[in-house]
Design a protein around this ligand. Structure first.
Ligand SMILES: Cc1ncc(COP(=O)(O)O)c(C=O)c1O
Length: 366
């Protein structure tokens, strides 16, 4: 088994080593503030009795699971608190594969870079379906690619890297395709609070024993370092997922879960709206400047990335390094997100310097 070091690490290290100013648009770390209640929760935790510094229940603290269950319209027994959406996806894909109902994982191309590695690590085989650079997945293409050997269909909406938000019909048809093939739809919805289009539909809106929804507070509350996420399983799949979670992690971080709980209870929806507004402004600034640079780009409906393509400048790792050296802007090579993304570069809008970055790109490419 060979484990690949994600390209992210390489690009981030390369940008950090530069001896000149570089605008970092590599990773998906929000640069905006978490809600104040999250900080309050952390402060409060510091003074709790020592027994609250010990193991929490493995599947997560009860009030957080209940809060999530109530918000998502499911039973708390179906909710497993995970170390971010990363672990939630791992648990979901593992459950799908170990059911013995197939060994193939249907993935989209473009793809979120960590799904292929997880598929291989879990002994599955990836089968890609094309979503096009705009990310708009045609469920009939997924249907055609799905068979008795399909264990799971893994999708992500709002999408990283394309910014696509799947319409309701797509989501319900994907669940239906999973059901028809005795497979599991894994719907990674980690950017659900960054739906800029107002059209996002969760796979939870379709009642089914054949779908697992994964999510996290990493992006929602701007806390990628806290590692609090969750997966919602159908009842018949949840117990073994809890066991795997326990055997891998013992449990998650108790103070982080508590702070997230307080943030959920006390944060006004205006917090999320302000973050979306910030992103909308950044999308406008960045894409306006890309227009000036004559670049082709995909305008995102959600998440916080822009795919851009410049003439005769494919999204290879060496071109990304050249852009860091010569233009002072760091993005991700499109090649990290599947074959169809090879001509593209991905820029994360998680810096107040998006306009400056785009101006640098315009100057470099014109
Ligand atoms: C689509 C997608 N899923 C999962 C993750 C990982 O989320 P977490 O940090 O909560 O593990 C990311 C992070 O960028 C992501 O883009």
């Amino acid at each position: 088994m060979e484990y690949e070091t994600p390209l992210f690490f390489h690009v981030m290290a390369y940008a950090a080593e530069a001896d000149h100013d570089v605008v970092d648009m590599v990773s998906g770390n929000p640069d905006w503030e978490p809600p104040e209640a999250l900080r309050d929760g952390l402060r409060e935790y510091a003074d709790f009795d020592a027994d609250r510094f010990q193991y929490p229940p493995s599947e997560g603290i009860r009030p957080l699971r209940e809060e999530i269950a109530e918000r998502r319209g499911v039973d708390a027994s179906q909710v497993v608190i995970t170390n971010g959406a990363g672990e939630a996806n791992y648990l979901a894909m593992a459950r799908a594969l170990e059911r013995g109902a197939g060994s193939e994982i249907v993935l989209t191309d473009p793809v979120y870079s960590y799904y292929p590695g997880k598929t291989t690590m879990l002994g599955g085989t990836a089968h890609y379906v094309s979503a096009g650079a705009d990310g708009h997945l045609d469920p009939s293409v997924v249907r055609a690619a799905t068979s008795d050997d399909t264990a799971a269909i893994v999708v992500n909406t709002p999408n990283n890297p394309t910014g696509a938000v799947y319409p309701e019909e797509t989501v319900s048809e994907l669940v239906e395709v999973a059901e028809a093939n005795d497979a599991i739809l894994v719907s990674d919805e980690v950017y659900d609070h960054y739906d800029l289009s107002g059209t996002f539909t969760s796979a939870l809106s379709v009642d089914s024993d054949h779908r697992i929804v994964t999510n996290a507070f990493s992006k929602t509350l701007a806390i990628t370092g806290f590692r609090v996420g969750y997966a919602i399983f159908p009842s018949h799949l949840v117990e073994d997922a809890k066991s795997r979670h326990m055997l891998v992690n013992v449990a998650g971080s108790r103070p982080a879960q508590y702070a997230v709980l307080r943030a959920l209870q006390e944060t006004d929806p205006a917090y999320h709206e302000a973050n979306r507004e910030l992103l909308r402004e950044r999308v406008d600034l960045f894409t306006d400047a890309l227009d000036g640079a004559g670049a082709d780009y995909v305008r995102p409906d959600g998440a916080f990335y822009v795919l851009a393509r410049f003439d005769d400048y494919p999204g290879t790792l060496s071109n990304v390094e050249r852009l860091i050296d010569e233009a002072g802007v760091a993005g991700m090579p499109g090649s990290a997100f599947g074959e169809s993304c090879e001509p593209w570069l991905r820029f994360a809008l998680v810096t107040p310097r998006v306009e400056e970055a785009a101006d640098r790109l315009a100057e470099y490419f014109t």
